[in-house]
Design a protein around this ligand. Sequence first.
Ligand code: MG
Ligand code: MG
Length: 253
Amino acid sequence: MIQVKNSIQIAAMKDAGRITGEALLAARDRLREGITTYELDKVIHDYIVRAGARPSFLGYAGFPGSACISINDEVIHGIPSKKRVIKNGDVVKIDVGAYYKGVHGDSARTIGVGEISSEAQRLIDVTRESFFRGIAAFAVGNRIGDIGHAIDSYVVENGFSTVKRYVGHGIGADLHESPDVPNFGTAGRGARLCNGMALAIEPMVNVGAPEVLELSDGWTVKTVDHSLSAHYENTVVLVGGEVLNLTLIDPQF
Ligand code: MG
Ligand code: MG
């Protein structure tokens, strides 16, 4: 069942989204060679808690961190660790959620640290742009398949592949709600989009093949062929026929 949000819920989601987006900015400002993913996670945790919110991921199905931090060929769900030190040239994905006033925000960014390869930069740029291609299809009367079709077409045109095993999702009182929002699909298929729909749209894009596997830690998802992966996510809602991007704070990021 897709939960259509009312104006009170949307107002709360604006706050949860803002806190989520600001926590990502706080992490970006601290991200550099030599920092551990544990320290980055703490920056995010402390920002969210100081804002009066709760980290959505902390304790979610037993997840031990406040953020998922995934590096290079890790796609998503990386566990923050004191042993994991960020190096020059790393491609770092940071995924954050904040729960506030009974609703969640969910957002992710991929950041290159120091000098990264031109291919890595292109992957980051294409992944980000694919999100915007996707939300261009987030319009009243369109269907879920239009979003995924727009994302995947752009990614494939650029020579990369979208992850199929993990998808975007509805969001609100629960972190993961109906409907699934695949990063691929057939235009004109799937649930119809309407005002009050809130989605976390989150392309995961690989340089190589789309296949991924979960590591024995029970969380970290990596590319099977060890190719680089990028992730870009915002929480968006349709209101009065317009898309509000609730987690995009810095329009360049
Ligand atoms: Mg996320
Ligand atoms: Mg998500």
